[in-house]
Design a protein around this ligand. Structure first.
Ligand SMILES: [Zn+2]
Length: 111
């Protein structure tokens, strides 16, 4: 496994932070952040490849069409639930009613 990955955010190198400043005096740059990988599986998932939520969002927004092609959703998914119930709670300040929605056993669910 690589010791590090460069952040995949397409604009990472444009965000002005002191930790992105590299280069020698007179030829300084803002550089894409390096994301160190360790032997314990951290960072994991997308955080191996992105330094921040902002960079992850930038990537997802720029490449949304390609990302969706990996697993297109052509039909909605559904989660089976019990019939919703109204539940009223009395407090010192009055009562309020909320709708309670309980999922059925997950083994019954489609998708
Ligand atoms: Zn980044």
């Amino acid at each position: 496994m690589a010791d590090y990955f460069w952040c995949h955010g397409p604009s990472c190198h444009t965000y002005v932070t002191t930790d992105r400043v590299r280069g020698s005096k007179g030829s300084k740059v803002l550089r894409t952040r390096k994301i160190k990988q360790n032997n314990y599986g951290y960072p994991s998932g997308v955080w191996q490849y992105f330094c921040s939520n902002g960079c992850y969002n930038d990537f997802a927004n720029k490449h949304a069409e390609q990302i969706i092609r990996i697993a297109p959703r052509l039909e909605p998914l559904e989660t089976k639930i019990e019939d919703p119930k109204k539940e009223t709670t009395d407090t010192h300040w009055g009562s309020y009613t909320r709708t309670v929605i309980n999922k059925l056993d997950e083994s019954n669910n489609v998708g």
